[in-house]
Write a new protein. Structure first.
Ligand code: ATP
Ligand code: PH2
Length: 163
Protein backbone atom coordinates (compact mmCIF):
# COMPACT_ATOMS: atom_id res chain seq x y z
CA UNK A 1 0.00 0.00 0.00
CA UNK A 2 1.43 3.34 -0.92
CA UNK A 3 -0.77 5.65 -2.95
CA UNK A 4 -3.24 7.91 -1.19
CA UNK A 5 -5.57 10.82 -1.88
CA UNK A 6 -5.48 13.49 0.82
CA UNK A 7 -7.85 16.42 1.21
CA UNK A 8 -6.56 19.65 2.74
CA UNK A 9 -8.59 22.44 4.29
CA UNK A 10 -7.98 25.63 6.20
CA UNK A 11 -10.21 28.51 7.31
CA UNK A 12 -8.17 30.19 10.05
CA UNK A 13 -5.16 32.52 10.07
CA UNK A 14 -2.82 32.16 7.09
CA UNK A 15 -4.99 29.76 5.09
CA UNK A 16 -2.74 29.51 2.05
CA UNK A 17 0.37 29.22 4.23
CA UNK A 18 -1.19 26.26 6.04
CA UNK A 19 -1.94 24.46 2.77
CA UNK A 20 1.58 25.22 1.56
CA UNK A 21 3.00 23.68 4.71
CA UNK A 22 1.47 20.36 3.62
CA UNK A 23 3.03 20.53 0.17
CA UNK A 24 6.40 21.28 1.76
CA UNK A 25 5.98 18.62 4.43
CA UNK A 26 5.07 15.88 1.97
CA UNK A 27 8.29 16.42 0.02
CA UNK A 28 9.06 13.68 -2.48
CA UNK A 29 5.86 11.77 -1.61
CA UNK A 30 3.77 14.41 -3.40
CA UNK A 31 2.70 13.25 -6.86
CA UNK A 32 0.11 15.85 -7.85
CA UNK A 33 -1.74 18.71 -6.21
CA UNK A 34 -4.92 20.44 -7.35
CA UNK A 35 -5.63 24.11 -7.75
CA UNK A 36 -6.62 25.88 -4.53
CA UNK A 37 -10.40 26.36 -4.20
CA UNK A 38 -12.29 28.85 -2.04
CA UNK A 39 -15.30 27.01 -0.63
CA UNK A 40 -18.43 27.76 1.34
CA UNK A 41 -18.42 25.93 4.68
CA UNK A 42 -20.55 22.80 5.02
CA UNK A 43 -21.52 21.24 8.35
CA UNK A 44 -21.20 24.32 10.52
CA UNK A 45 -22.09 27.06 8.05
CA UNK A 46 -21.52 30.03 10.38
CA UNK A 47 -17.75 30.14 9.96
CA UNK A 48 -15.25 31.66 7.52
CA UNK A 49 -14.87 30.27 3.99
CA UNK A 50 -12.28 27.52 3.54
CA UNK A 51 -9.41 27.09 1.18
CA UNK A 52 -9.41 23.46 0.03
CA UNK A 53 -7.17 21.37 -2.19
CA UNK A 54 -6.58 17.70 -2.86
CA UNK A 55 -3.28 15.96 -3.40
CA UNK A 56 -2.14 12.54 -4.54
CA UNK A 57 0.77 11.07 -2.65
CA UNK A 58 2.84 7.95 -3.11
CA UNK A 59 5.33 6.31 -0.80
CA UNK A 60 5.89 2.54 -0.74
CA UNK A 61 7.04 2.81 2.88
CA UNK A 62 3.74 4.25 4.15
CA UNK A 63 0.53 2.28 4.70
CA UNK A 64 -2.89 3.83 5.42
CA UNK A 65 -2.12 4.37 9.12
CA UNK A 66 1.13 6.07 8.24
CA UNK A 67 -0.77 8.45 5.96
CA UNK A 68 -3.15 9.23 8.85
CA UNK A 69 -0.18 9.93 11.14
CA UNK A 70 1.43 12.08 8.46
CA UNK A 71 -1.73 14.16 8.18
CA UNK A 72 -2.06 14.51 11.94
CA UNK A 73 1.57 15.58 12.29
CA UNK A 74 1.04 18.25 9.63
CA UNK A 75 -2.13 19.44 11.45
CA UNK A 76 -0.23 19.71 14.71
CA UNK A 77 2.60 21.60 13.07
CA UNK A 78 -0.02 24.10 11.85
CA UNK A 79 -1.13 24.63 15.44
CA UNK A 80 -4.43 22.82 15.11
CA UNK A 81 -6.54 22.67 18.25
CA UNK A 82 -9.49 20.27 18.26
CA UNK A 83 -12.58 22.13 19.34
CA UNK A 84 -15.92 22.01 17.60
CA UNK A 85 -16.70 19.13 15.22
CA UNK A 86 -16.82 20.57 11.69
CA UNK A 87 -15.73 23.90 13.16
CA UNK A 88 -12.98 26.29 12.10
CA UNK A 89 -9.41 25.01 11.91
CA UNK A 90 -5.96 26.11 10.84
CA UNK A 91 -5.44 22.86 8.98
CA UNK A 92 -7.42 19.71 8.33
CA UNK A 93 -5.82 16.79 6.49
CA UNK A 94 -8.21 13.93 5.73
CA UNK A 95 -7.20 10.62 4.20
CA UNK A 96 -9.76 10.21 1.43
CA UNK A 97 -8.56 6.87 0.00
CA UNK A 98 -5.51 4.63 0.14
CA UNK A 99 -5.34 2.35 -2.90
CA UNK A 100 -8.50 0.23 -2.67
CA UNK A 101 -8.41 -0.13 1.13
CA UNK A 102 -11.70 -0.33 3.05
CA UNK A 103 -11.66 0.27 6.80
CA UNK A 104 -14.47 0.62 9.33
CA UNK A 105 -12.15 1.39 12.24
CA UNK A 106 -13.47 4.72 13.64
CA UNK A 107 -9.90 5.95 13.96
CA UNK A 108 -9.39 5.44 10.23
CA UNK A 109 -12.48 5.16 8.07
CA UNK A 110 -11.64 4.37 4.45
CA UNK A 111 -12.67 5.67 2.12
CA UNK A 112 -13.39 8.80 4.17
CA UNK A 113 -17.20 8.65 4.64
CA UNK A 114 -17.84 12.33 3.92
CA UNK A 115 -16.39 12.16 0.42
CA UNK A 116 -19.50 11.42 -1.71
CA UNK A 117 -21.33 14.52 -0.41
CA UNK A 118 -18.42 16.98 -0.34
CA UNK A 119 -17.96 19.15 -3.40
CA UNK A 120 -14.94 20.67 -1.60
CA UNK A 121 -13.22 17.28 -2.01
CA UNK A 122 -14.75 15.99 -5.25
CA UNK A 123 -14.14 19.11 -7.36
CA UNK A 124 -10.37 19.35 -6.69
CA UNK A 125 -9.93 15.56 -6.83
CA UNK A 126 -11.78 15.40 -10.17
CA UNK A 127 -9.51 18.16 -11.50
CA UNK A 128 -6.35 16.08 -10.97
CA UNK A 129 -7.78 12.58 -11.47
CA UNK A 130 -10.99 12.76 -13.56
CA UNK A 131 -11.26 8.99 -13.96
CA UNK A 132 -10.92 8.19 -10.25
CA UNK A 133 -13.18 5.63 -8.60
CA UNK A 134 -14.21 5.99 -4.97
CA UNK A 135 -14.15 2.42 -3.61
CA UNK A 136 -17.71 1.31 -2.86
CA UNK A 137 -19.24 4.38 -4.52
CA UNK A 138 -18.13 4.41 -8.15
CA UNK A 139 -16.70 7.10 -10.43
CA UNK A 140 -16.15 10.43 -8.74
CA UNK A 141 -17.39 12.12 -11.94
CA UNK A 142 -20.82 10.54 -11.26
CA UNK A 143 -20.76 11.57 -7.57
CA UNK A 144 -19.96 15.12 -8.61
CA UNK A 145 -22.72 15.18 -11.22
CA UNK A 146 -25.20 13.96 -8.58
CA UNK A 147 -24.51 16.88 -6.21
CA UNK A 148 -26.91 19.82 -6.11
CA UNK A 149 -25.72 22.64 -8.36
CA UNK A 150 -25.57 24.95 -5.31
CA UNK A 151 -22.94 22.68 -3.72
CA UNK A 152 -20.69 22.78 -6.79
CA UNK A 153 -21.21 26.53 -7.16
CA UNK A 154 -19.84 27.00 -3.63
CA UNK A 155 -16.43 25.68 -4.75
CA UNK A 156 -14.56 28.34 -6.71
CA UNK A 157 -11.07 27.92 -8.20
CA UNK A 158 -8.45 30.40 -6.99
CA UNK A 159 -5.67 30.03 -9.58
CA UNK A 160 -4.17 33.24 -8.19
CA UNK A 161 -3.24 31.26 -5.03
CA UNK A 162 -0.34 28.98 -5.92
CA UNK A 163 0.66 26.02 -3.80
N1 ATP B 1 -10.02 8.82 6.72
C1 ATP B 1 -9.72 9.57 7.79
N2 ATP B 1 -8.91 10.66 7.66
C2 ATP B 1 -8.63 11.43 8.74
N3 ATP B 1 -9.11 11.21 9.98
C3 ATP B 1 -9.91 10.15 10.14
C4 ATP B 1 -10.26 9.28 9.07
N4 ATP B 1 -11.10 8.32 9.53
C5 ATP B 1 -11.25 8.53 10.82
N5 ATP B 1 -10.54 9.63 11.22
C6 ATP B 1 -10.49 10.10 12.60
O1 ATP B 1 -11.20 11.31 12.67
C7 ATP B 1 -10.67 12.07 13.73
C8 ATP B 1 -10.43 13.50 13.28
O2 ATP B 1 -11.58 14.04 13.03
P1 ATP B 1 -11.64 15.58 12.70
O3 ATP B 1 -11.66 16.36 13.96
O4 ATP B 1 -10.58 15.92 11.69
O5 ATP B 1 -13.05 15.54 12.04
P2 ATP B 1 -13.66 16.62 11.17
O6 ATP B 1 -12.62 17.03 10.14
O7 ATP B 1 -14.25 17.67 12.04
O8 ATP B 1 -14.82 15.84 10.45
P3 ATP B 1 -14.74 14.90 9.20
O9 ATP B 1 -13.91 13.73 9.61
O10 ATP B 1 -16.17 14.58 8.93
O11 ATP B 1 -14.09 15.69 8.09
C9 ATP B 1 -9.36 11.48 14.14
O12 ATP B 1 -9.51 10.96 15.42
C10 ATP B 1 -9.11 10.39 13.12
O13 ATP B 1 -8.55 9.27 13.72
N1 PH2 C 1 -16.06 23.99 2.60
C1 PH2 C 1 -15.59 23.30 3.64
N2 PH2 C 1 -16.34 23.16 4.73
C2 PH2 C 1 -15.84 22.47 5.79
C3 PH2 C 1 -14.57 21.87 5.74
C4 PH2 C 1 -13.81 22.04 4.56
O1 PH2 C 1 -12.65 21.56 4.44
N3 PH2 C 1 -14.35 22.76 3.53
N4 PH2 C 1 -14.10 21.19 6.81
C5 PH2 C 1 -14.81 21.09 7.89
C6 PH2 C 1 -14.26 20.36 9.04
O2 PH2 C 1 -14.06 19.05 8.79
C7 PH2 C 1 -16.14 21.67 8.05
N5 PH2 C 1 -16.61 22.34 6.90
Amino acid sequence: MSRAVLSLGSNLDDRLGHLRSVVTGLGDALVRVSTVYETKPWGVTDQPDFLNAVCIVDDPARDSWAWLRTGQALEQAAGRVRELRWGPRTLDVDVVTVDGVRSDDPALLLPHPGTPERASVLVPWHEIEPGAILPGHGPIADLLAALPEAERAGVVARPDLRL
